[in-house]
Design a protein around this ligand. Structure first.
Ligand code: ATP
Length: 235
């Protein structure tokens, strides 16, 4: 059965000051899908996530989430629709404990995960509940950044390179977490450099180059398109 997309991005343009970096991004994401944004450094992947969550200073075009046009909305209002953003730099407050970091973002929707559920998902966070943010490993910081957003009740999760710099065993754990979230009905937009990792999770991949979506590849077709993908990514 085909369903209307949960998120539809059309002709999205975005700027940093006078610098025009998004030139007409088109993306659609169905409820329950995992999609990735692939592309070289500087292609505009992070900026696309920032535009969707409404923290990019200047953007135009159309971003419809669950039937609501969000292009003119403040980021706080967009979050309240049920969107959550986990930035690449994770944003863990080093002066706060793990537990305090977890409780920091306000709930935006009913049905967010409880602390107990987050501890089940990430047992490390339970063990470390009283530790300062600074004492965490990179993997634990990533778990905290994801757990914190799940507590808010967001149902569309934007994840920017969650596996960057992490050991393979932690990458696998993050991968299993994303699979579990998908099984639980979350919708995920994932920026990922490692397309082999992305391949284990995603339904579709959008290739971004110079601020435009230049191709869309269904996950089942990824291997057949591997030469093309290598050319896009310059690997
Ligand atoms: P990366 O993996 O390197 O983050 P990306 O595809 O996510 O790549 P973006 O971070 O979205 O790329 O960057 C898109 C363009 O915008 C790049 O040319 C980058 O230099 C520029 N840019 C990013 N952040 C800023 C900023 N704060 N001010 C000005 N220009 C920026």
């Amino acid at each position: 059965a085909s369903s209307a997309p949960l998120l539809t991005v059309r002709g999205l343009e975005g700027w940093y000051g006078e610098s025009h970096v998004l030139h007409g991004i088109d993306i659609d994401v169905k409820a329950g899908e995992v999609v990735t944004l692939l592309g070289r450094n500087g292609a505009g992947k992070t900026t696309t996530l920032r535009a969707i969550i409404g923290i990019l200073g200047r953007r135009s075009g159309s971003i419809v989430y669950d039937g609501v046009e969000t292009i003119g909305m403040a980021s706080r209002k967009i979050a309240k629709l049920g969107l959550g953003y986990v930035p690449e730099e994770r944003g863990i407050f080093s002066s706060l404990t793990v537990q305090e970091n977890l409780m920091l973002p306000p709930r935006v929707k009913p049905g967010g995960m409880s602390v107990a559920e987050i501890h089940t998902l990430f047992p490390n966070l339970k063990e470390r509940a009283g530790s300062q943010g600074t004492k965490l490993s990179g993997g634990e910081q990533q778990m905290l950044a994801i757990g914190r957003i799940l507590r808010t009740g967001a149902k569309l999760i934007l994840l920017d390179e969650p596996t960057e710099g992490l050991a393979p065993v932690i990458v696998q754990q993050i991968g299993r977490t994303i699979q579990k979230l998908k099984a639980d009905g979350y919708t995920i937009v994932l920026v990922e450099q490692n397309f082999r990792f992305a391949q284990t999770l995603a339904d579709r991949h959008f290739v971004i180059e110079q601020g435009r979506v230049i191709d869309q590849i269904h996950n089942a077709d990824l291997d057949a398109n591997i030469d093309k993908l290598h050319a896009y990514l310059g690997v």
